[in-house]
Design a protein around this ligand. Structure first.
Ligand code: AMP
Length: 147
């Protein structure tokens, strides 16, 4: 069996995120693997009942969210010694973006938390569930207590 060579950490910046990040970092060190990190900004369609999506407001808000997320991602990556070219920031559906980036970057292990911001105790969170169902590589769901 080959060692993992490229690990992708899914970071949501939740209070449990540090535990997930430490596990990914530990595994990358243990396997002497590359470590990348991805964060997905939820797409925010601001919809008006009469006119559908309100585009101009949407664009500004999303840009602001992306800028803030970029800084948080860079801060986290710095602590984990992950260089800029292995920091991925996407907008869209969280599980799909994680799986697609893992494929594009040839990651062979995705590390997610069992729960994050939207999780419930004792149930697998929606992101971990989605990634487990769709990823073509191994997935580690780090067990987190509570929601
Ligand atoms: P949740 O689906 O909110 O319970 O999150 C479970 C895990 O999915 C988290 O611990 C993260 O590893 C990952 N995750 C959730 N949301 C994001 C996000 N926006 N970007 C990257 N990873 C995420």
């Amino acid at each position: 069996m080959n060692n993992y060579q490229h690990i992708l950490l899914a970071a949501d910046f939740s209070e449990h995120g540090e535990t997930v990040a430490q596990k990914a970092h530990y595994l990358a060190t243990k396997y002497n693997a590359k470590l990348s990190v991805i964060h997905i900004v939820d797409y925010l369609p601001i919809t008006d009942a009469a006119y559908g999506p309100v585009i101009p407001f949407d664009l500004d808000l999303n840009e602001e969210l992306m800028n803030t997320a970029k800084k948080r991602l860079a801060d986290m990556a710095k602590k984990l010694s992950i260089p800029a070219d292995r920091q991925f920031l996407e907008m869209g559906s969280t599980a799909i973006e994680i799986v697609e980036t893992a494929e594009e970057q040839h990651a062979d292990l995705i590390v997610v938390g069992s729960h994050g911001r939207h999780g419930l105790a004792l149930l697998l969170g929606s992101t971990a569930n989605g990634v487990l169902h769709h990823a073509k590589c191994d997935v580690l769901a780090v067990r987190l207590q509570g929601g």
